[in-house]
Each structure stands twice: as C-alpha cells, then as structure tokens.
Design a binder for this molecule. Structure first.
Ligand SMILES: Nc1nc2c(ncn2[C@@H]2O[C@H](COP(=O)(O)OP(=O)(O)OP(=O)(O)O)[C@@H](O)[C@H]2O)c(=O)[nH]1
Ligand SMILES: [Mg+2]
Length: 362
C-alpha cells in the first residue's frame, strides 16, 4: 500500500484531483481509498466522493496532525475492509507542518507495511501568480503565512487551475517559480482534465517523500492564521409546493455570496453539496473563483423540484458568529408560508490552536 498525502490551501483543488486520480486508478484495476479531513462533522468532500463511488473515510473535528490517532484508525479500518493499493489522505486546507506531524509519524509507525509515501502541495495558480509578483494575497498576514509554509515544506507542488491563467503569462510565471524555488518540482495542472491528472499520478509513482525536512514553524502565528478562518457546517432542507425549491436554493447561494462580498470577507472555501431529484452536485466558491457559472447551471441541472437538501461547509475569514449571522439572515429572507426551510446539525466555531499528537523534527 502507498499513501499519498495531499495538502495545500483551501479550495486549491485537492478533492477534485483525488477524485479523478481514483477513477483512473480504479480503471487500471487498483483498489483505492480516500481519507478526508476537516474541522466539522458533515463533510462535503466525503459526500462528493460517495457520489463518485469512491471508498472514503473521514477524520473530523480538526486536522490530521491533531487527530493522528483517528487518522491511524481510519487507515487500519480501510486496510482491513478493502485492502487498498493506494490511499489518498487529504488534509485540511488551512493545515501545515504535515512533514513533522503526519508524514514522519506515519513513516515511523507504519513504514514497515507501506510501499511508500508522497506529499503533494496544491496551490491555486492565480494565488501563486499574485504571490510571485509580490502582490498581497486576499487573506490576513497570519493566514498567508500558512499558505507560504505549505509550499515551503513540500518538494512536489501542483500548480492547479492552470486553465484559469492567461497562457501568455505562463513562461514568465514558470521562470519566476524556478528562480524562487530551485529545489522544487512544479506540475502545472488542470485537475478537471484527466490527462493532466494522469501526469500527477505518474509523478507520484516515482516520487518518495522520505527526504523531506520538518518545517521551522511559528506555532503562535500558525494558530492565529487558523483561528482567523471561521468554520461553519450545517444541513439545510428547502421545501416548496410549486416546484421552485431549486430557485430558492439559488437565491440562498447568491444572497450568501453577495453578503460575503458586501462585507468584504475573504472566502477560504465555501462548498455546498446540493441534493435533489435523486441527484447531487457540488459547487464551490473561493475568494478568487466566483462559482457563479456553476450556480447558474443548477436550475437546468436539477429542473423543477419541491425538495432540496444542501450541506454547507464554509471557511471564511471572519468571526464564527458573523458567518452564522449572514447565513441566518439569508435563510430568513427566503422563508414564506409556501417555502419551508429547516436547518440541522448546525456547527460554527473558531478552529482550536494546533496541538499535534506527534511532532518529529529530526
Ligand atoms: N478551472 C478549474 N477548476 C478547478 C480545478 N481543480 C479544481 N477546480 C474547482 O475548484 C473548486 C474547489 O475544488 P476542491 O477540489 O473542492 O478544492 P479542495 O482543495 O479540495 O478544497 P478544500 O477541501 O476545502 O481545501 C471546485 O469548484 C473545483 O471544480 C482546475 O484545475 N481548474
Ligand atoms: Mg477538499
């Protein structure tokens, strides 16, 4: 069994790439599993992988490093149940220090039974381009510190969403990256494209992460950067009597994202899994990706419907109460005698200070 640890910032495209990589490996007859990870309990990433028919397990309530025993248990369970050839473990997008707190502990405690481990760091090409031209990223200094440290600790960097970058800017961008990070391997990827994901898999098949060096990390700064991004997860049910439940869902999504814009709140990642008429669709928003086109397609994708379920996972740079307040206001505006909206499993909080179970610095 090989474990591919996949890190990188919120919304950079980790789950998308993992999903496509799993489909490809399955077609080759390999057994694959994915371990998802996030702050809350009801994870859109797990629902997405289930919908794709990919075996997954989840580590909830905080990152792999602070819940190492849960991660270890899920690896064991997956090994016992499906005996996978490959496991992808996707860490929380605001997490760093993976070499010292996840990779080295796994190599130490599970090295015997593994054929190897890799670490990839995903980064949104547009954010990396901003950074490489000395522009400020749309997050606080402490959150930007996490983003920078994620890149620093990995030697394989997947520069994702390359399709969103102007091709004429690419040569200078690539040159700037090589000059700044001469020791890193960069893959320029579009994770929506199968061929592109196949190149990543080829790289993973020859790459070993054993030589990686643990980060020198200011935990106080890291903790502040984590805490500045509030978490919210909940499940919403919209019921109507005239087939307009999808329209109400679209109004909710548009209202919520306009609210974030109006209040100038940087979106780490807003993920929504929408279920109706026996089918599902995930849509996503980050500060650099509007998701508006995907929202517009929902009406034609689902058609008329009287019931819609939405799982919301949000990571936004604000106080948790503000995040929850915006959501409550939007839902309140949409409730009428003919539109019944209920909410379940609501959780919103500031992620706790990172306290890894293990930290191997040697
Ligand atoms: N255009 C384009 N969109 C992409 C690409 N990769 C991912 N996306 C989109 O980016 C959004 C976020 O992707 P995810 O795979 O959920 O990102 P993630 O890194 O797993 O996010 P977190 O788990 O929240 O950290 C989704 O809407 C994807 O469809 C890509 O290469 N190109
Ligand atoms: Mg993900």
């Amino acid at each position: 069994m090989k474990i591919h640890l996949v890190g990188g910032f919120l919304g950079s495209g980790k789950t998308t790439a993992i999903g496509n990589a799993c489909q490809h490996l399955k077609q080759q007859g390999l057994k694959v599993g994915v371990i998802t990870n996030d702050q809350g309990q009801y994870l859109v990433d797990s629902e997405f992988l289930d919908a794709e028919g990919i075996s997954s397990a989840q580590v909830t309530g905080g990152c792999f490093c602070c819940n190492y025993d849960q991660l270890d248990k899920q690896i064991q369970r997956m090994t016992d149940s499906i005996s996978p050839d490959v496991i992808f473990a996707e860490s929380v997008g605001s997490c760093t220090d993976l070499v010292a707190t996840v990779l080295k502990p796994l190599l130490k405690f599970r090295g015997q039974e593994m054929e190897g481990m890799t670490l990839s760091c995903f980064v949104d090409a547009r954010m990396l381009m901003m950074h490489s031209t000395n522009k400020r990223l749309p997050f606080s200094a402490d959150t930007t510190y996490i983003w920078e440290k994620q890149i620093e600790e990995a030697s394989l960097i997947v520069v994702n969403k390359i399709d969103m970058v102007n091709t004429s800017d690419l040569p200078a961008f690539k040159q700037a990256l090589t000059a700044k990070y001469p020791d890193k391997k960069f893959l320029f990827q579009n994770s929506l494209d199968e061929d592109s994901v196949r190149d990543w898999l080829s790289e993973l098949s020859i790459y070993e992460a054993n030589e990686l060096i643990s980060l020198d990390l200011d935990y106080a700064k890291y903790g502040r950067g984590e805490a500045e991004l509030a978490w919210l997860d909940e499940q919403i049910t919209i019921k109507t009597f005239d087939g307009t439940a999808i329209k109400v869902a679209i109004d909710f999504i548009e209202g919520l994202t306009s609210g974030f814009k109006r209040e100038q709140l940087p979106i780490g990642h807003l993920k929504l899994m929408i279920t109706s008429n026996g089918t599902q669709r995930k849509i996503s928003f980050t500060t650099v990706s509007s998701g508006a086109a995907e929202t517009n397609e929902l009406k034609s994708f689902f058609g008329d419907s009287n019931e819609v379920q939405i799982t919301v996972n949000a990571r936004v740079q604000t106080a948790p109460e503000v995040l929850r307040g915006l959501l409550e206001v939007e839902l309140g505006l949409l409730r009428t005698t003919d539109t019944v909206i209920s909410e379940e499993n609501i959780a919103f909080f500031q992620p706790g200070f990172p306290t890894p179970t293990h930290r191997i610095t040697s």
